[in-house]
Design a protein. Structure first.
Length: 274
């Protein structure tokens, strides 16, 4: 199967001169976590100049270097990734999935003759995992057992740094051996924007370091059984709009986490990509 068969051609974009708050609002409205960034030239043609993700926004807003600046002062041109990795409509699924995994990307712009004709994201691939080939494969065989976690009392700036260093977009929050919640790059970005709106400039840099994980994390986390199939996990991810679920056994013990990245690894394996 080729990229053109599953890519989204209804592309939601953001202009490079819009700010971070604008980008997050567009992401939330359209239920996406990344946006192509465009520049409209004199001929009214929208040229692709970068990509911006929730993780990019969280990284920028949490930086002490920009501690006193409000989100409205951050144009996307200062945050976006400009070294673009792209694909084309005829690339096969396995090769494109492997390209995303190797470069720690959640999506690729699809270009044809230099023009953006679509975008392919992990969600588009995950939709493919609902097929028959995945109905006999169990979550326990493909979940990640190396779990990155935090304590609720740890600081948001530490969570942000751990995400950056580990190249992940979510972390489990543990109280001892009990799952207390989950925190994502989106949670951090939205909380930092709200924080910067209400805290006076002279106090921003100091107070931002006092924000705690428990103030931002999502509680009552959706979980999945190790005996669930990959097809069921994929369906749940698409239904809930989440990128991963903690895996809990019948005794409520945390065994691991299953994410879209784990499913992408399986797609590459199934497609026979070396």
């Amino acid at each position: 199967m080729q990229i053109k068969n599953i890519m989204s051609s209804d592309i939601v974009v953001v202009d490079k001169d819009q700010n971070l708050h604008d980008a997050l609002k567009i992401m939330k409205k359209n239920k996406v976590s990344r946006l192509p960034v465009v520049n409209t030239n004199n001929d009214k043609v929208k040229e692709l100049v970068g990509m911006v993700t929730e993780k990019d926004i969280a990284q920028k807003l949490g930086s002490s270097k920009y501690g006193n600046l409000p989100p409205s002062h951050f144009h996307l041109s200062t945050v976006m990734t400009t070294e673009l990795i792209t694909t084309h409509p005829e690339m096969d699924l396995g090769t494109a999935a492997n390209k995303m995994l190797e470069n720690y990307l959640g999506g690729l712009p699809v270009l044809e003759d230099g023009e953006m004709v679509g975008i392919i994201t992990k969600s588009d691939f995950i939709d493919n995992c609902r097929g028959k080939a995945y109905e006999n494969k169990l979550v326990e065989d493909f979940m990640s057992t190396e779990i990155l976690s935090l304590d609720p009392q740890e600081r948001i700036v530490h969570a942000r740094r751990l995400m950056i260093d580990s190249k992940v977009s979510r972390l489990l929050v543990m109280e001892g051996e009990d799952l207390a919640g989950i925190i994502t790059a989106k949670d951090i970005a939205e909380s930092l924007i709200s924080f910067r709106k209400i805290v006076p400039d002279k106090h921003k840099a100091a107070r931002i370091r006092n924000l705690l994980v428990q103030d931002v994390m999502t509680q009552n986390v959706h979980t999945i059984s190790p005996q669930s199939t990959i097809a069921e996990a994929a369906q749940l991810m698409l239904d809930k709009g989440f990128s991963g679920f903690p895996v809990i056994d019948e005794n409520n013990h945390l065994l691991g986490i299953i994410t879209k990245t784990d499913l992408m690894d399986l797609i590459v394996e199934m497609e026979g990509v070396n």
